[in-house]
Design a protein around this ligand. Structure first.
Ligand code: OFO
Length: 162
């Protein structure tokens, strides 16, 4: 496997794993702060991020590279409020999108078209994830801050449609 692409994919293992831990920390905060619906959405998001990390691990190994399992930075344990938390989710997803785009760019300049093809799934996934977080933020902005409970209930059924 092309060394530069292998390094970037290994870096992405850490980023996807951190995403999983970050959403786990957020889910736990939401659970402790009376938002079972948001907590459930975030727990399932955390699972998805773990799957993304596994996709990179398996892909690197399948291509003859060596997947590295990194140490992860501790995610924050406290959040100002639920709106702030989801703004953080969106910010993080934009960071992940930029990171995937960067690897995609590198695969084109390195002519590693198999990895470009592998990354197509992630490019589409990021569009979907950003849209679904935008949707939650829009709804949160429409609710009075002291009456988020109906939205929390709705989110319980909304979650990811995947
Ligand atoms: Fe939500 O980020 Fe993974 O890919």
């Amino acid at each position: 496997m092309n060394k530069k692409i292998e390094e970037l994919c290994n870096r992405q293992i850490e980023r996807e794993g951190y995403s999983s831990n970050l959403y786990l920390a957020m889910a736990s905060w939401a659970e402790n702060n009376g938002y079972p619906g948001f907590a459930s959405w975030l727990y399932s998001q955390s699972e998805e991020e773990k799957e993304h990390m596994l996709k990179f691990i398996r892909y690197i190994n399948e291509r003859g590279g060596k997947a590295q399992i990194p140490a992860f930075k501790k995610p924050p344990a406290d959040f100002k409020n639920i709106k702030d938390l989801f703004n953080e989710v969106l910010k993080h997803e934009k960071f992940i999108t930029a990171s995937i785009n960067e690897i995609f760019d590198a695969t084109l300049s390195e002519k590693d078209y198999s990895t470009s093809n592998f990354l197509q799934w992630f490019l589409a996934e990021q569009v979907e994830e950003e849209a679904s977080v935008h949707n939650i933020i829009d709804k949160l902005n429409m609710m009075p801050a002291n009456n988020i409970y109906p939205l929390d209930k709705e989110i319980m059924t909304l979650r990811s449609k995947k």
